[in-house]
Design a protein around this ligand. Structure first.
Ligand SMILES: *Cc1c(COP(=O)(O)O)cnc(C)c1O
Length: 571
């Protein structure tokens, strides 16, 4: 074994191709043996390469890099990122950022918003004062009751996420699972007495505390991950195991994994209704995720219609409002809650559509997507990513619900002096600062204008691609869902995919697999950049011949992980 380790220790390492074992200073070689393990094979061969940033230039030897090596490595990385930033067009994140001048100072400040945003503690290096301002801003934007008041169950509660909407979805589903089971609420429940006794007694049965989750086939992969992490049964899992031959959508065939969508990517409410009824009629509480700006097609679920449908069906089976006794019925003390939960995944849409609605009301655009927010009383929770519409240098976001729907945290947390109501322990306090900065510098008017411009650019891109399709005489599958910021089309050559960071997804249309890519008309994208892309797409060889839709190049795979493609592909 020792011999083998020695040969591996010869592997060239770092900017000077020094054998790994020689990269130690005398101080670090104690007793003739370098500290740590040598590489078991050449890491440069083990990982995906980035041609613009050669691996050896950025490898980290135990001595670190000297000033010259550092400068060269950092310059290579910088040039690469700056080039990719200029052409970045395939994801729903804004890459035109200008925080550095004002906020650079804070890179040397530690900001940690550990614990509940509304409770202060001895951990004074935090930005909760800004976090609360950001949360109030969104509470108003989303028509919630604000400010947050722990005594008022109708007022909102929320927090700024350390991850993006993936965390918001996870938190929303966790909250929903606990709420629909018989776990204790955080605050004093609403005054009991609104539910007639007969109704409260209905909806009892073996499944009363066994929630079942519904989401559409256009849902982001973070939902699949969340139900798995939280061990929540989806209608597919429950249907396939307990009612294998009873798929109500197509008797005799297997249960679908997700609720079917319409062609444009919005949840099919009629089919949702059939599925919800199947489980509500058997006494299962209902957990529905709705997408507001689906990842690939940018589609907006009709949240209001879905909410009306779910509530109506749940009411028929005593699941609209029910008494939940403490300790799963063993205690006479009870509160009243709905037997369903609607979570809205508004990663992009919840940050963008309110401004498009303002733009419509101001006559800047003709249409805006349907309502999604707390104006709909059945919306229980909502999440948005800060790095998508607003644009921040890293993932962040907002989760919001009503105070009366909050569940008790697992245990008190005296150490940090604030209730442990969030998922994280330490919580990134820089994100609140960034969002606060952005919102302080962009009025509603500014944002409505920006939203109208982006909507216009998406429409322009759509027209240009349709014209190209006409010109090439080839079906490029060009499509834009209503009011979507994204336009999708046939996947072009891998070089173009990589240059513009276009993300891809395979969609089944009439039984045939089609590999699409899409482009997002975010704030940083210009007509000029769109024209440049269209010019490249016009070149011979930009698209594979019509008969073949397979790609051979590797760049495409790299482009996928942020879309639901990865999930779809693995099925
Ligand atoms: C991007 C996205 C997410 C995940 O958001 P992150 O901020 O990447 O965690 C969830 N849902 C939808 C619809 C998205 O587009």
């Amino acid at each position: 074994m020792a011999r083998e380790a020695e040969t591996h220790a010869d592997i060239p390492f770092g900017p000077e191709d020094t054998p790994w074992q020689k990269t130690f200073s005398g101080l670090r070689v104690v007793g003739g043996r370098p500290y740590g393990t040598p590489p078991s094979s050449d890491p440069r061969a083990a990982y995906i390469g980035v041609p613009e940033v050669p691996h050896h230039k950025v490898q980290l030897p135990p001595t670190g890099l000297d000033a010259e090596q550092y400068t060269e490595a950092e310059a290579l990385f910088r040039r690469h990122i700056d080039t990719q930033t200029r052409n970045f067009a395939g994801y729903q994140v804004t890459s035109a950022l200008d925080y550095e001048e004002r906020l650079g100072h804070y890179l040397n400040r530690h900001l940690n918003n550990v614990g509940d945003p509304y409770q202060s503690n001895s951990y004074t290096l935090n930005s909760k004062v800004l976090e609360r301002a950001v949360l109030d801003y969104f509470a108003s934007l989303w028509h919630a009751k604000w400010p947050h008041n722990p005594e008022d169950p109708e007022s909102y509660w929320g927090y700024v996420l350390t991850m993006g909407s993936s965390e918001g979805n996870l938190y929303g589903l966790w909250n929903a699972r606990e709420y629909l089971s018989c776990k204790p609420l955080r605050t004093h429940p609403r005054e009991p007495g609104n539910v007639p006794v007969e109704q409260a007694l209905r909806g009892e049965g073996p499944h009363v505390f066994h929630p079942v989750a519904f989401f559409s086939e256009d849902t982001h992969y973070s939902l699949t991950k969340a139900v798995r992490a939280l061990d929540i049964d989806t209608f597919h899992a429950l249907g396939s195991t307990r009612y294998p031959d009873e798929n109500p959508l197509a008797p005799g065939s297997p249960w679908p994994r997700e609720v079917p969508s319409t062609e444009h990517g919005a949840i099919d409410i009629e089919q949702l209704a059939v599925l919800v009824r199947f489980f509500a009629s058997r006494g299962y509480p209902i957990l529905v995720n709705l997408n507001y700006g689906s990842t690939f097609k940018g589609a907006y679920d009709d949240v209001e219609a879905a909410a009306r449908t779910v509530r109506g069906i749940c009411a028929e089976y005593g699941l609209d409002n029910r008494r939940v006794h403490r300790n799963c019925g063993k205690n006479s003390d009870y509160d009243e809650r709905s037997g369903y939960w609607l979570h809205v995944d508004g990663a992009l849409g919840a940050g963008y559509a309110p401004y498009l609605e303002m733009a419509r009301d101001a006559g800047l655009v003709e249409q805006a997507p349907p309502t999604f927010d707390f104006r709909i009383t059945d919306v229980h929770s909502l999440t948005m990513s800060g790095h998508k519409w607003m644009g921040t240098p890293w993932a962040c976001g907002v989760f919001m619900t009503r105070t009366g729907l909050q569940m008790a945290p697992p245990r008190p947390s005296e150490y940090i002096g604030a209730a442990d109501t969030t998922f994280a322990g330490s919580r990134n306090g820089f994100s609140s600062l960034l969002m606060w900065d952005y919102l302080a510098r962009h009025s509603y008017d500014d944002q409505a204008r920006l939203a109208a411009e982006c909507d216009g650019l998406a429409a322009y891109t759509h027209e240009q691609l349709l014209a190209l399709q006409e010109q090439l005489g080839q079906d490029l599958w060009v499509a834009r869902s209503p009011q979507a910021l994204t336009v999708r089309f046939r996947q072009p050559h891998a070089d173009i995919v990589r240059r513009y960071s276009l993300s891809g997804e395979t969609v089944h249309v009439d039984g045939a697999a089609r590999t699409y890519v899409h482009l997002y008309a975010m704030r940083h994208l210009t007509r000029q950049r769109v024209d440049q892309l269209i010019g490249e797409l016009r070149q011979p060889g930009a698209f594979a011949p019509a008969s073949s839709t397979r790609t051979t190049a590797g760049g495409v795979r790299e482009a996928q992980p942020d879309g639901p493609g990865a999930d779809t592909a693995s099925r």
